[in-house]
Design a protein. Structure first.
Length: 131
């Protein structure tokens, strides 16, 4: 849905109607609504709060409170929804964000922090590691 929302934002960035399926906001709100719904069928999950609705604001409210553009909202949602799924580097390349956009750990440079490299200290400790 987020890729579709990104396409809608590229085709018609001025359409920010939360009720129009041809708007990117509509699809982002679908995802945020799903995340806000209580989980009743899986009480063993940490995030499950049976009967309690989440506190995520709508996409338009989030844009207004943060002062974001539509594309910044989509970038945020892709980051949040795709956390640790391995698509971040491709997203940044598609959006033409440079390596300086990435906040990384000290000693790592640019996109290197997105591919989760094995620290040299761990490689040195492992006698079975072959490069």
């Amino acid at each position: 849905m987020l890729l579709y929302a990104e396409c809608m934002a590229q085709l018609n960035p001025s359409n920010v109607s939360p009720t129009d399926p041809n708007s990117a906001i509509y699809w982002i709100d679908q995802i945020r609504t799903r995340a806000n719904n209580p989980v009743n069928d899986q009480p063993h999950l940490y995030s499950a709060r049976p009967g309690v609705r989440g506190q995520l604001p709508t996409a338009t409210d989030l844009m207004a409170s943060k002062g974001w553009t539509l594309m910044q909202l989509i970038e945020h949602e892709r980051y949040v929804e795709g956390y640790c799924e391995g698509w971040r580097k491709e997203d940044l390349l598609r959006w033409k964000k440079g390596a300086d956009y990435v906040q990384f750990k000290p000693g790592w440079t640019g996109y290197q922090s997105l591919i989760l490299p094995i620290p040299q200290t761990e490689v040195d400790r492992n006698p079975n590691f072959n490069e």
